[in-house]
Design a protein around this ligand. Structure first.
Ligand SMILES: [Zn+2]
Length: 62
């Protein structure tokens, strides 16, 4: 296996553009602008290796 440099989690740096939507990131959700974008980015990662089960409330109870 080739030596791979792992990216360390960057500290909260508000002011940087959100990698998802480009809006200024906030300290609360850095490096994203919001938790929503964080989830979106996380979804991109997950879909690369895993499948996210759709959560549809399609359960019919009688
Ligand atoms: Zn964003």
């Amino acid at each position: 296996m080739p030596p791979e440099k792992k990216q360390k989690t960057a500290p909260a740096a508000p002011g940087k553009p959100c990698p998802v939507c480009g809006k200024p990131a906030t300290a609360a959700a850095a490096p994203f602008c919001s938790d929503r974008c964080r989830q979106i980015d996380l979804g991109h990662w997950l879909t690369g290796s895993y499948r996210i089960p759709a959560r549809d409330d399609d359960v019919e109870q009688d």
